[in-house]
Design a protein around this ligand. Structure first.
Ligand code: D41
Length: 688
């Protein structure tokens, strides 16, 4: 039998070694997003440590990776008095560049800088939309996490914060170099993809879904059962310091963030040192453009005077530092009243419940209609007329109703309207409504008999990327269809000025404009015409591929499903949809009548010529000696090939010129053949 103390010593050394390894790999995985160990191997080390700690409970330490979930349900959170008050941040609500300029002017004035003094240096960062938290590390070990509360006193949420993989339980670095006290301040938030996945899981379990990442993150931090918090995918970014003892903090805010990152604390990479108002305005614009592409929500950016010395000179007024400001972007979510729910019928008959809203300014425009997607979403969100709802409009996405707020709206709620929950008849034409097996969408089967579908078909046909008929907008289409002037697409070309001016509110000039627009639209391309027909699953790209492949409408209309499947990127669903469309005699008739009305296009040279690159994907990189990029692309497309922007295993050739970049490296790595311009020319002129 071995000596107990020697045994314990060996176990302690092994536990320390395992913890160091696990800490290192957790940092790579959670913070740097660059795992260096397979999950199974990490799990194996983790279990080894767990076994060791179970055998020797005296070896357990609070910073052990096994101690993230302690699993005690609390009856409430203990108050925590902040050693250094958590200030709030002044908000600049002018969302234009003037908001940034005003801040710089104020800083210069308060520092009494003469106009000729050099620009002030700032650190510009993102304003994460989450919950502010103070993390307290003593000798590198996380000992407490607290919410901001009123700035003086917050709540002890240590147990919950420990469950967040990104928050280190122990700072990186040798124990004797770590500060005795280091408080890190930052924001707990939830990434949008994590939020979507969480809702997906909730939906599968038939449980309630969450409204937005911010509220979900804040709710999870204030959960009394840490086991529940542990199941919420939370993230953390640091943005500042609280109490510090025994650490020479860097002289600038940007260097402070770098130092925190070196301790293993997550710091967002989207930050910059900006010079003067100009630098701030540029950052605001750059991040505004990237806002929708970021993996998490931000509601603005934050500017901070970079020098700590200048920060101290500026000081603060009523709990807000004079050296920092949050510069907002237009809000993407707003509350408003739901005045009604309409069911809209789209071009392909899809039924969409549309919320009629009390107009509200959101995402930079006034919104009075927002989609509720489909009846399942409508039911899940449980919104009813009269509710206060949250409307979201982010970037170019159509505005949507994300949910309702439970508070407010006293009194009885409006009842559900049964037809919204299980529509059986089209609200516009009364035709039967069907739902594809397993699908979420209900569709009116009325086709062009349905006035709504007819209107949408007309608008699509006349659209800029289709026949591009100038002068034909929503209002006019409504009038033409509702007034019974148009039942089929070809009737559009029979409209004369005389007939048009009979329409209410249509002057002679607009009528003449429309007739001229129609006349002009007759000269088109085969691809545009094909796209304009509005065949289901035939978008612009497929229309181009079809036009190139078949060259003429007669060959396309006669093509079998098998022949259609030969076309680039055409799969069974698309092929069957095209065949089904032309199997309908009235659709063939529409095509004939439109051609009889004078719609024509030049025969496509490429389709008549050989197609040596049919089915091939090429990537262009660098500068070619004689061809411009557009010329090379046009030649490749005319030969039936496709040009893609990135190299993958599916790329057939990479055409590389002068100063070719990473695409060339990628091609070599994947063994994709590389050609120069002469090589491309040889391919283009090869026999198909
Ligand atoms: O991203 C944020 N939400 C953020 C919040 C940030 N990037 N910086 C911040 N800086 C401060 C000061 C200037 C007081 C250190 C903040 C906050 N405060 C803050 N958030 C909530 C209250 C205060």
């Amino acid at each position: 039998m071995s000596e107990p103390t020697a045994d314990l010593q060996a176990a302690a050394a092994q536990a320390a070694e395992l913890r160091a390894q696990l800490q290192h790999h957790a940092h790579l995985y959670y913070v740097l997003d660059a795992p260096a160990l397979p999950d199974a191997e990490y799990d194996r080390l983790f279990q080894q440590l767990q076994a060791l700690e179970a055998a020797h409970p005296e070896l357990l330490t609070p910073d052990s990776p096994t101690q993230r979930i302690i699993g005690r349900v609390l009856d409430g959170f203990a108050p925590v008095r902040h050693a250094v008050a958590m200030l709030s941040i002044r908000t600049e609500t002018d969302t234009t560049a003037a908001g940034a300029t005003a801040f710089d002017e104020r800083v210069r004035r308060e520092l009494a800088l003469p106009p000729e003094a050099s620009p002030v240096e700032y650190n510009a960062e993102l304003k994460f939309d989450g919950l502010a938290i103070n993390l307290r590390y003593e000798h590198g070990v996380l000992v407490q996490a607290a919410t901001r509360g009123d700035g003086e006193t917050g709540e002890d949420v240590t147990q919950n914060i420990r469950t967040i993989g990104q928050v280190p339980l122990r700072l990186l670095g040798a124990a004797d170099t770590l500060p005795p006290v280091l408080e890190v301040r930052g924001e707990v938030y939830m990434r949008r993809d994590d939020f979507e996945r969480l809702n997906e899981r909730q939906r599968e379990k038939g449980e309630k879904t969450y409204i937005n990442p911010r509220n979900t993150a804040a709710g999870a931090v204030r959960q009394l059962d840490p086991a529940i918090t542990a199941q919420r995918p939370l993230s953390f970014f640091a943005y500042g310091l609280g109490e510090v003892q025994g650490w020479n903090r860097p002289a600038t805010h940007s260097a402070t963030l770098d130092a925190l990152a070196a301790f293993g604390i997550p710091v967002c990479a989207d930050r910059a040192v900006a010079l003067g108002a100009e630098g701030l305005v540029a950052f605001h614009a750059a991040m505004g453009a990237q806002r929708d592409a970021l993996p998490f929500d931000i509601d603005g950016v934050v500017y901070k005077v970079n020098s700590v010395e200048l920060q101290q000179r500026l000081g603060f007024v009523t709990r807000e530092p004079r050296w920092a400001v949050a510069h907002k972007y237009p809000a993407q979510e707003q509350l408003t009243r739901l005045n009604g729910i309409d069911i809209q019928v789209g071009r392909t008959g899809k039924l969409t419940p549309v919320a009629k809203l009390e107009p509200v300014f959101v995402g930079g425009t006034t919104v009075s209609n927002a989609t509720l997607h489909n009846v399942f979403e409508l039911r899940r969100k449980g919104v009813r007329v009269g509710d206060t709802v949250i409307v979201r409009r982010a970037g170019d996405v159509i505005p949507e109703v994300v949910g309702r707020v439970m508070e407010g709206a006293p009194g009885p709620r409006m009842p559900y309207v049964p037809n919204f929950r299980q529509p059986r008849a089209c609200p516009v034409c009364g035709s039967r409504v069907l739902r594809e097996r397993g699908g979420m969408d209900h569709r009116c089967t009325g086709g062009l008999f349905c006035a709504a579908q007819r209107k949408q078909a007309l608008l699509h046909f006349a659209g800029r990327r289709a026949m591009d008929v100038e002068g034909l907008g929503d209002k006019l289409v409504d009038q033409l269809v509702d007034g019974g002037l148009i039942r089929t697409l070809p009737e559009l070309y029979k409209l004369g000025v005389a007939k048009l001016i009979e329409l209410e509110r249509l002057g002679e000039k607009s009528a003449a404009n429309l007739v001229a627009g129609l006349e002009k639209s007759k000269q088109t391309t085969f691809a545009r015409f094909l796209y304009a027909l509005g065949i289901r699953h035939v978008g612009e790209t497929t229309a181009k591929d079809l036009a190139r492949h078949f060259g003429g409408i007669d060959r396309l209309m006669a093509a079998s499903v098998d022949e259609l499947l030969q076309v680039n990127d055409v799969g069974p669903v698309v092929a069957q949809s095209i065949r089904a469309f032309f199997d309908q005699p009235h659709n063939v008739e529409v095509v004939e009548q439109l051609r009889a009305a004078g719609i024509h296009w030049p025969e496509q040279a490429a389709a008549l010529g050989p197609q040596p690159l049919a089915g091939k994907t090429l990537v262009l990189t660098g500068t070619l000696p004689t061809l411009s990029r557009d010329e090379a692309k046009a030649l490749i497309e005319a030969a039936g090939g496709k040009v893609s922007g990135s190299v993958s295993k599916k790329t057939n050739y990479v055409v590389a010129g002068e100063e070719a970049g990473s695409k060339l490296d990628k091609a070599r790595e994947l063994g994709v053949p590389v050609l120069d311009e002469a090589g491309l020319q040889a391919l283009l002129h090869a026999e198909a």
